[in-house]
Design a protein around this ligand. Structure first.
Ligand code: NAD
Length: 468
């Protein structure tokens, strides 16, 4: 008998769970379990019980298991990508569902291979102090709906590698993607080491304050991040907070626009704009303003949008009604304020109820809601500036500080501007490109703590000084 599909393995019968729609067609894909607070208690008890033995396995064995998991992710890549594409809405093609599943394998292998040796921080004759990194215990991983598989891997692979056990709480919008990923992990992990709890917000809130948790890895909105900080006063859980962004990009004077246009487009529109570290406000020098606006508009018009499973589409729907309403309201507000809608600016109902055309908005400036607020969708405001110092000041005049980018033919000049921008990462001639060896995290209201590489392993470890 052939083994059940991943979807069959994770869904529960209709009537016993929450129905999950296809983001593009709204057809029901399957039903996710609705775990209760008792289920959460049980999972945390099992995680605590499993942690000492998991830790005792040692780094080499845990790394071996993580590589086996990455192999299995690759073996089931297409099945995972189809579940993700349907539930989240992102197309299979382009920098979307297949790309995200590929990244899951890459980040899992990176967590397996990154080495965190004890650090000697003081030495004087026989006296020596070393910092060692131990497991923390049980980590709670709470994630968003935009890159649900990849962000879950970012949270859980380093946690597991360091000898922690993990409770995962996916977004209620994308439980199946994370359950499917968890199913692959759990084919290799001892019982109790990883549990996926798909409850509602009540369960999320209970994780954040639970005394059985030692660390919360949270990725989501700044608003929910604040609630997590409040909840953690109860258990003093360590926190890594990857929160919202309103990333600015600055195109410097006299830049060759044809050389950067495609990177600029994907910096704004990756995952149909539903990306934390995407370009959300673009400041362009007046010398190249119309050229940039036209290049973005041409690409926005040319890029195929539609149902994710249909080959060739690279832009999809908004994932949920709430996000669709936010994008539509912000663009309508910009139009009402007199901004110029160069392309898009309206829903695409012929594609499905949650599609919104790729939108470029010009002749707009700071103070407009589309510039000041996080749109998290396919609509980029392009703001003209005359003076680079002024553009830097406006880019920095935000409470958020996740990413930023500078665009120029002269990379050294761009780096000098980058040094003045307030953000966790500043990219040159690209935006949002991530590397598992390079630390990633926000400043200001975009959160604190870093993920990836050795910094990411330290974030899920308890530092211990041995002094002699
Ligand atoms: P959200 O804050 O609404 O939800 C995130 C998660 O928190 C979900 O799993 C949700 O169920 C859970 N949650 C809600 N209330 C909770 C509570 N009181 N206690 C504990 N958990 C709770 O965010 P979202 O709408 O899913 O994601 C979009 C936001 O996430 C955007 O602002 C985006 O910029 C941000 N984001 C940031 C990063 C990053 O790396 N910095 C990455 C992706 C998304």
């Amino acid at each position: 008998m052939s083994s059940p599909s991943l979807l069959d393995a994770i869904t529960v019968p209709a009537g016993t769970g929450r129905s999950v729609p296809d983001a593009a067609t709204r057809e029901i894909i399957g039903h996710a379990p609705v775990h209760t607070l008792d289920d959460l208690e049980d999972a945390i008890c099992r995680a605590r019980a499993a942690q000492p033995a998991w830790n005792a396995l040692g780094h080499a064995e845990r790394s071996r298991l993580l590589h086996a998991i990455a192999d299995d992710i690759e073996a089931h890549a297409e099945e995972l990508a189809v579940i993700l594409s349907r539930e989240q809405g992102k197309p299979l093609d382009g920098p979307n569902a297949r790309f995200e599943v590929g990244a899951c394998a890459v980040w899992t292998r990176s967590a397996a291979d990154t080495v965190l040796e004890p650090e000697t921080v003081f030495e004087d004759g026989p006296a020596r102090a070393e910092v060692h990194y131990d497991a923390l215990g049980v980590v709670g991983a709470i994630g968003p709906w935009n890159w649900p598989m990849m962000i879950t891997v970012w949270q859980i692979a380093p946690s597991l590698r360091m000898g922690n056990t993990v409770i995962v709480k996916p977004s209620g919008f994308t439980p199946l993607s994370v359950l499917a990923l968890g199913e692959i992990f759990n084919r290799h992990l001892p019982s109790g080491v990883l549990s996926v709890i798909t409850g509602d917000r009540e369960v999320g809130a209970a994780i954040a304050s639970h005394p059985g948790l030692d660390k919360i890895m949270f990725t989501g909105s700044t608003e929910t991040g604040r609630k997590i900080v409040e909840s953690s006063a109860r258990n003093l859980a360590r926190l890594t907070l990857e929160l919202g962004g309103n990333d600015a990009g600055i195109v410097l004077p006299d830049t060759d626009v044809s050389a950067i246009a495609e990177n600029l487009f994907w910096g704004c529109f990756i995952n149909t704009g539903q990306t934390c570290a995407a370009l959300k406000r673009l400041y362009v020098h007046e010398s190249v303003y119309e050229t940039v606006v036209n290049a973005l508009a041409d690409l926005a018009t040319a890029m195929p949008m539609g149902r994710g499973l249909d080959a060739g589409n690279v832009l999809g729907p908004l994932q949920n009604q709430n996000q669709f309403d936010i994008v539509r309201d912000l663009v309508d507000d910009a139009r009402a304020q007199g901004a110029r809608i160069v392309v898009g600016g309206e829903p695409a109902p012929e594609l499905g109820p949650l599609f919104y055309r790729a939108t470029v908005v010009a002749d707009i400036t700071d103070g407009s809601r589309l510039v000041d607020e996080e749109q998290f969708g396919p609509a980029i405001p392009v703001i003209k500036y005359a003076d680079v110092d002024d553009a830097v000041a406006r880019a920095n005049a935000s409470e958020q500080g996740l990413g930023a980018s500078v665009w120029s033919d002269d990379v050294d000049t761009a780096v000098e501007v980058a040094k003045r921008l307030q953000a966790g990462t500043v990219w040159i001639n690209q935006h949002g490109a991530l590397n598992p060896a390079v630390p990633f995290g926000g400043t200001k209201q975009s959160g604190y703590g870093q993920e990836f590489g050795a910094a990411g392993l330290k974030a899920v470890a308890a530092p211990k000084v041995i002094s002699r």
